[in-house]
Design a binder for this molecule. Structure first.
Ligand code: SAH
Length: 352
């Protein structure tokens, strides 16, 4: 069965041609599933009964199911979703004054093995399919609909479990589906992909003709330190990463966001701030400082508020735009770096 939620409009149009249908069938289907939000082919009244039978035979509209739901005091919702093969993946809904954002997972587990991150502990189990990423948004939209406040998902960040550029094609299809005007119509500028620095992915992404955002998990301003935190830096050291970022800025015409996690006494010194300024000053990017969320799997500690502010001040005084990331859902382990679904189905809470 082909899951309709995993098809870009273009792919669906091609399939409709193969089915002997006119390409506008694809737009009709998109309208039914994303705008009118029907979940069964029988409700699609402008599609002939005979073609509905064909659709029922070959296509489905399956969503992941909610295995576990946690709601934080600040309204953040973390879901553990069960996929068709029983694997589980986490997704988080965050509420801002400008809208609702979903932190989407792109893989079950992750192979990048960053030393501070819980998602990599079990390694990668598999890539998520486009419909499994679209499904994360649709399930959140259903929850928002149930709340009855007229809200829906307006922003998506591919910053959950997994490395999106290690699942490149599926992530691009996902983006095209949620961005499509006849799809979920989430504006390109409201979609962000975050990478630890897979260079081929950055070069390709630059050439997709998308107006979406790119975030780079930088976390260290020199190779020695970055090697110790992020394995990927040994394959793609900073010089190569920075030149890929410049290529992206030139080709895509977009600036990047640098994510910089602050780890006490590791990368939060003013010396590091100075190196960071020098490293990125040739680019137009700005820095998003992330307070570290501690786990008991390593000894990293969160930088104190004073150090975070001293770091921020140094950057801004030296002409680098920077902000401190707002924190959500830390009481339900939904904060950055805490997403980690085990295949057997239990959410492991490493801090207990
Ligand atoms: N693989 C991608 C996207 C997933 S990680 C990437 O590396 O960008 C999303 C962000 O959360 C990354 O910047 C990651 O470094 C950060 N992160 C990981 N563990 C964290 C933790 N314990 N506290 C805060 N941020 C963390």
């Amino acid at each position: 069965m082909i899951n309709l939620y995993g098809l870009t409009l273009e792919k669906l149009q091609n399939l409709m041609l193969i089915e002997g249908q006119k390409p506008y069938r694809a737009i009709q289907l998109y309208t039914w599933i994303y705008e009118k939000r029907v979940t069964s082919f029988d409700e699609m009244s402008d599609i002939s009964a005979s073609f509905r039978e064909v659709l029922k035979e070959k296509y489905c509209l399956n969503l992941p199911t909610i295995y576990r739901k946690q709601v934080s005091a600040d309204g953040t919702v973390k879901l553990l979703l069960e996929l068709e093969d029983g694997m589980k993946v986490e997704t988080v809904l965050m509420r801002y004054d400008y809208g609702c954002s979903v932190c989407v997972s792109s893989q079950v587990g992750c192979n990048m093995a960053c030393s501070f991150c819980s998602s990599g502990i079990l390694g990668k189990q598999r890539n998520l399919k486009p419909e499994e990423m679209v499904g994360q948004i649709l399930v959140m939209n259903n929850l928002l609909k149930e709340e009855g406040k007229g809200m829906h998902v307006t922003h998506a960040v591919v910053m959950g479990t997994g490395e999106p550029f290690d699942n490149y094609d599926n992530v691009m299809d996902f983006i095209r589906i949620i961005n499509a005007q006849k799809g979920l119509a989430i504006g390109a500028r409201h979609i962000t992909v975050s990478t630890c620095g897979l260079i081929e992915g950055i070069h390709k992404y630059a050439r997709e003709g998308l107006q979406t955002n790119l975030a780079i998990s930088l976390h260290a301003p020199n190779d020695e330190l970055r090697n110790s935190l992020m394995k990927i830096n040994k394959a793609y050291p900073l010089e190569i990463l920075m030149s890929a970022i410049k290529d992206y800025e030139n080709i895509a015409g977009r600036r990047v966001t640098y994510e910089y996690l602050l780890l006490s006494n590791i990368n939060d010194t003013l010396e590091c701030a100075e190196q960071l300024v020098n490293l990125i000053k040739g680019t137009n990017g700005y820095v998003n400082l992330i307070p570290y969320n501690e786990t008991n799997k390593n000894n990293y500690k969160r930088s104190s508020g004073n150090r975070v502010h001293a770091f921020l001040d140094y950057l801004t005084k030296h002409g680098v735009k920077a902000t401190i990331r707002k924190e959500f859902g830390s009481d339900i382990d939904a904060a950055c770096g805490q997403l980690k679904a085990k295949t057997e189905g239990e959410v492991i809470d490493e801090r207990k």
